[in-house]
Design a protein around this ligand. Sequence first.
Ligand SMILES: NC(=O)c1ccc[n+]([C@@H]2O[C@H](COP(=O)([O-])OP(=O)(O)OC[C@H]3O[C@@H](n4cnc5c(N)ncnc54)[C@H](O)[C@@H]3O)[C@@H](O)[C@H]2O)c1
Length: 363
Amino acid sequence: MTDPRRDIEPAWRIPDGRGRELGIGIVGCGGIVRYGHLPAYRQAGLTVRAVFDVDHERAQAVADEFGVPVVASSAEELVAMPGVDIVDIAVPPWVQPEIVSLAASAGRHMLCQKPFALEFETARRMVEAAEAAGVQLAVNQQMRWDAGIAASRDLVARDAIGRPTEGQIQVSVATGWHLWPWLAAAPRLEIMYHSIHYLDAMRSVLGDPEWVTSVHGRYPDQGPVQGETRTCTVLDYADGRQALVVVNHYNQHGPAFAEFRFLGTQGALGGTLGLMYDYPDGRPDTLTLYRADEEPRSFDFDTRWIPDAFLGPMTDLMDAVATGRTPVTSGRDNLGTLALVLGAYRSAAERRSIRVEDILLSA
Ligand SMILES: NC(=O)c1ccc[n+]([C@@H]2O[C@H](COP(=O)([O-])OP(=O)(O)OC[C@H]3O[C@@H](n4cnc5c(N)ncnc54)[C@H](O)[C@@H]3O)[C@@H](O)[C@H]2O)c1
């Protein structure tokens, strides 16, 4: 008898949803808005009504490039504009809480950037502010909609590899941190700004772990870059499953690689994260399903993490607003990701494993 799981076609495309007519106002017009948010929204025909940046010229240039009709003169003006239903926040993380507070007071839904906050207490306060205002708040953890990860999550959920036992993400690349002066100056770098995606992706496939253990390192010649640039993080689950995230941003001479794997009792999934081969252009992910006594089966993707996956959090939020459900990457869900990030830093500093619940209960 043939195993029906063998022929599973994974769902990985971002589903059509409701609420796509909702109007967007963007606060912050930096790099990621230019090469992530706006190209994705333009591709999908979403309506961006206004932009604002403290750097007015930058906001004007973005508005001109993407045909946004209004450059607001303040964040207050933008959140109060009729037709701005969702405030898309893309500012450095220490600025994010004040914009969340403004948007909540104006009764606007929000898409926040990752990291959602630098401290757990701040994140919890933002979640509570949105809940008290009766608005939806989602976090832009768009790697969940990256094709290889979305397909893997779907295949795991549909039992294609049996009971999952392990997840692995291993990335070794050369990253030009100096291109973002505020990131180069950040005392917490790799996990706070980069591996946060991998930890969130692991949660989306395997669920919430019980323990986090992390060790961090630096390259001998990092120049102005302050934070850790090499990390190894292990997530332990109550039932014995384990996830490993190993990342190095100073692979200066060897061939770069960015690979992920999900292992199970009946099979395995292995693939590459295309974005990391030539950031921010990248290439499509790859993914292969391996099962005993079967030929490996590869899946083809025609989208890229940037910009295509950036449609995921925004359209999911739009659908959530239109239907009244909670967004997949809600602020409250993101407390689980932030707990792993902050737990990883505590683990590295104290050289011990940290119970995730201790972070969740700490604020
Ligand atoms: N989801 C992702 O994959 C992803 C990728 C890159 C960056 N990010 C996040 O997006 C945010 C922005 O990153 P970036 O790379 O675009 O940085 P950037 O430095 O290029 O842009 C930040 C912009 O915010 C503006 N800004 C600062 N304070 C402001 C304020 N009070 N009001 C309005 N605008 C203000 C700056 O003038 C600048 O234009 C960061 O939180 C970063 O972590 C997320």
